[in-house]
Ligand binder design. Structure first.
Ligand code: PGA
Length: 225
């Protein structure tokens, strides 16, 4: 199974989410590709749009899964501002944990990330655990890792598919991980090398997942191989 996982980060409002799905559905309906056997397409909108996204996936009958961009390290309770695994589970099947923007801007450390992994596993969410390199600590219970070199995120510069493939293999071997995907400035123009690599199990685009047409272009590429 390969993964194409779009991370919207802190972008879009209600009407922009609506437009994304409408535009995407128009493109999808022209071809009606079936990728269910070998590709998982996942979109990670901000928490507050998960309900809307779930409704639109259903309305347009799109073969998308949804993911949250983060998760509380705590269970339900007195934790103002947090969104828990139990709440996420009602809308999403995937969750990103340890994205470098959270590590850097919100000072998330390995101990807290391990708690988030526990919470996600408690509710059987599929974890996409983001790491900046092959030396990062990966908690027990993670099945998908995203290798995302910090300098490649939002910079327009990617790692090479060869180096990303090498790092993906090391992560798999050292941590007994099944799937490693690559993230960092992926777009339709450069997805090919990463998608074709036998060592890389998919991609995690941020900026280019915000546009229905570029997201669609990446799916076309992913389903053509
Ligand atoms: P980018 O983001 O594609 O905009 O570089 C990737 C990510 O942060 O996951």
């Amino acid at each position: 199974m390969k993964y194409l996982i779009g991370n919207w980060k802190a972008n879009k409002n209600l009407s922009e989410v609506e437009i994304f799905f409408k535009t995407f559905a128009d493109l999808y309906n022209q071809k009606k590709l079936d990728w269910s056997d070998n590709l998982e397409v996942v979109l990670c909108p901000p928490f507050i749009y998960l309900e809307q996204a779930k409704r639109l996936v259903k309305k347009y009958n799109l073969p998308f899964k949804l993911g949250a961009q983060d998760i509380s390290p705590y269970d339900n309770g007195a934790f103002t501002g947090e969104v828990t695994a139990r709440q996420i589970k009602e809308f999403a099947e995937f969750v990103l944990i340890g994205h470098s923007e959270r590590r850097k801007n919100f000072k998330e450390l390995d101990t807290m990330l391990a708690e988030k992994v526990k919470q996600a596993n408690g509710f059987r969410l599929q974890i996409v655990y983001c790491v900046p390199d092959e030396k990062a600590v990966i908690p027990e219970g993670v099945s998908i890792v995203a290798y995302e070199p910090v300098w490649a995120i939002g910079s327009g510069q990617t790692d090479t598919p060869e180096n990303a493939g090498r790092i993906a293999s090391t992560i798999k071997k050292d941590n007994n991980i099944k799937s490693v995907i690559y993230g960092g400035s992926i777009k339709p123009e450069n997805i090919a090398g990463f998608w074709e690599s036998v060592f890389i199990d998919g991609v995690l685009p941020g900026g280019s997942s915000l546009y229905a047409d570029s997201f669609w272009q990446m799916i076309l590429h992913a389903t053509a191989i």
